[in-house]
Write a protein that binds this ligand. Structure first.
Ligand SMILES: *Cc1c(COP(=O)(O)O)cnc(C)c1O
Length: 358
């Protein structure tokens, strides 16, 4: 079987060498030395000023919404993973959808202002497949209307925009270190911000509000990662440059060999150093997509309809119609992309798609 993705694993010896340090100290959580070491390494690697590692990539979105959403309306994208919308509803805020740009697939910044009301408190947008939103224009709008900006940057590990980490944009950016993401800790994630005061709020929030063992500084939850997960992150970390290089080879292969007469791929925003996180192809119709899914399944190739469905169509969001997002969601497929996929498998995928789209 050729799956859409496959988790990158370090050797068990590498993993065990980090686990041993947890064993020796009998210290498994509460920001132990492995977690602190991983935070330091990631901070340097990504070149960001503030970073807090969390136990998944959804809870940092919830924490940011708890602090800045204040139960109001959140302007958001219908084209993302369900966690983006679910976090808004979970935090008792109301999602207000704004349709996406048809090429970049990120929220259409030109449609944001007309969706703002007196109840709007924040903008929560996703850098789709690691492709940055128009962060400059979004920041201008947010300043004008005094809104907070939160980026779901779950796909963005290693992405640079305008010569800096894309995590540096917005009041808070979040990332996922889930096993299917480029850099992973099994389950895990992180939140990023530039402002020191925001950093303190995020930090207290992720650890029950603890300010020392006996005092509390605001409402908090448990978003801490364990040392077992941090050990995985530390063991994966030294492989990052080869992970990016291997993924680039797969992306280059698709770019060079797919027939783009009737299909198209994601348009990456100018001034972006992309991370090869997903290979999305958009077909001319849902019928074509279904035909291709079928043909691929016969070859035991299992890509993923990602993202599907458009989030404004989910029962609990009850959003307005979003024609572009709904159309794209019905026709988009993410192709297999992982370290170790063979050239023979890539040839089979490309042959099957090209034959079907002739
Ligand atoms: C993976 C993902 C999340 C959730 O991250 P978890 O670590 O699985 O909680 C949120 N948003 C997007 C866009 C994602 O792809």
């Amino acid at each position: 079987m050729i799956p859409v993705t496959k988790t990158f694993l370090p050797s068990q010896e590498e993993y065990n060498s980090y686990l041993k340090r947890a064993w020796d100290k009998a210290w498994l959580t509460n920001r132990g030395e492995l977690t602190l070491e991983l935070e330091e390494k990631l901070k340097n690697f990504l070149n960001v000023s503030n970073l807090i590692i969390t136990n998944n990539g959804t809870i940092p979105i919830q924490i940011a919404l708890k602090l800045f959403g204040k139960g109001g309306e959140i302007i958001t994208t219908p084209f993302s993973y369900v966690a983006t919308s679910a976090a808004i509803v979970w935090e008792n805020c109301t999602p207000v959808f704004v349709d996406i740009h048809p090429d970049y697939l990120t929220i259409d910044e030109t449609k944001i202002e007309s969706a703002i009301t007196p109840k709007t408190t924040a903008i929560l947008a996703t850098h789709v497949f690691g492709n940055p939103c128009h962060v400059v224009e979004i920041e201008r709008i947010a300043k004008k209307y005094n809104l907070k900006v939160i980026y779901d940057a779950a796909h963005c590990f290693g992405v640079q925009y305008n010569n800096q980490s894309v995590f540096n944009f917005g009041d808070v950016s979040t990332c996922s270190f889930h096993a299917t993401k480029i850099f992973h800790t099994g389950e895990g994630g992180a939140m990023f911000c530039n402002d020191k005061e925001t950093y303190h709020q995020l930090f207290y929030s992720h650890n029950f509000g603890h300010n020392g063992p006996l005092a509390f500084h605001g409402l908090g939850i448990n978003a801490k990662i364990s040392e077992l997960q941090a050990a995985m992150g530390l063991a994966v970390f030294p492989h990052l440059s080869s992970i990016f290089a291997e993924r680039k080879k797969v992306v280059d292969f698709y770019n060079e060999n797919l027939n783009f007469d009737t299909i198209r791929s994601l348009k990456i925003r100018e001034n972006t150093e992309w991370n090869y996180s997903y290979y999305a192809v958009i077909f001319d119709s849902e019928d074509t997509l279904l035909k291709i899914l079928d043909a691929l399944a016969k070859e035991n190739i299992i890509p993923r309809r990602y993202f599907y469905p458009s989030l404004n169509t989910i029962e609990y969001t009850k959003g307005d119609k979003m024609p572009i997002s709904e159309s794209i969601a019905s026709r988009i497929l993410c192709l297999p992309l992982y370290v170790g996929i063979s050239t023979a498998d890539l040839e089979k995928i490309v042959r099957t798609i090209n034959t079907q789209t002739l």
